[in-house]
Design a protein around this ligand. Structure first.
Ligand code: 13P
Length: 221
């Protein structure tokens, strides 16, 4: 068990560690995630700060977070999330992104169990950057293979589903990535519900482009 030996220092500002822990707790409180599933990272210099592996979010303290350098080397009291590879690769390949949220939300994951993404059935699909939210093919958790398929599914997008697994949402800020993750889950829930009446019609690529233009400056959480 991790026992804190000294009282936490008094702080009057929100640190990156605080904001990651708050986001982890928020994603479980909202039902976006459950248990110790999921993980969150924030760009830190040329590396990142990431949640530790398999630690309950309500027990997590700032000292539990792990720093991973540009070479992938971790430093901290704990081991980094088993998914540190895709966090590391996404932050390395996507200069537009500073925060990565991974979660196992029920409705989006239900689609991903079928290997299905979210097509342009609702105009809000455009918030992830294009006319669909792709589902990456299955690869085992914690592997370079999963990182590779996730990165490909995220090409030109800020979110994707992971087959038989969950979702990834990206943001310039952690607040934005978490907001996007919640929106993806709502879209998945709408799509799943609509499938009871059959496959819904899709918006055209032109319409999604128009929505993207109209939205510019809208999704700036
Ligand atoms: P970690 O506890 O190692 O972050 O793993 C949780 C998870 O969701 C793996 O995909």
């Amino acid at each position: 068990m991790h026992i804190r030996k000294t009282p936490p220092p008094r702080r009057d500002f929100v640190t990156p560690e605080d904001s990651i822990i708050a986001a982890c707790r928020a994603m479980n409180a909202s039902g976006l995630n459950q248990g110790t599933s999921g993980n969150i990272s924030l760009r830190q210099g040329d590396g990142m700060l990431i949640t530790p592996t398999s630690l309950a979010y309500d027990r997590m303290e700032p000292a539990d977070l792990v720093t991973v350098g540009p070479d992938g080397r971790a430093s901290g009291e704990r081991r980094p999330s088993s998914e540190w590879r895709f966090h590391h690769d996404i932050l390395r390949h996507r200069p537009d992104v500073n925060a990565v949220v991974h979660a196992h939300p029920v409705h989006a994951t239900a689609l991903a169990l079928h290997g299905r993404g979210i097509p342009a059935v609702h105009y809000m699909v455009a918030i992830a950057g294009g006319a669909d939210i792709r589902c990456a093919p299955y690869a085992r958790f914690g592997t370079q293979g999963l990182s590779d398929v996730a990165l490909a599914a995220l090409e030109g997008r800020t979110a994707c589903l992971l087959a038989h697994h969950g979702i990834i949402a990206l943001g310039r800020t952690l607040e934005q990535a978490l907001w996007l993750a919640e929106e993806i889950e709502v879209l998945a829930r709408m799509y799943l519900t609509s499938l009871q009446l059959g496959e819904p019609p899709r918006l055209s690529d032109d319409e999604i482009e128009g929505v993207r233009t109209a939205m510019r400056g809208y999704a700036q959480v």
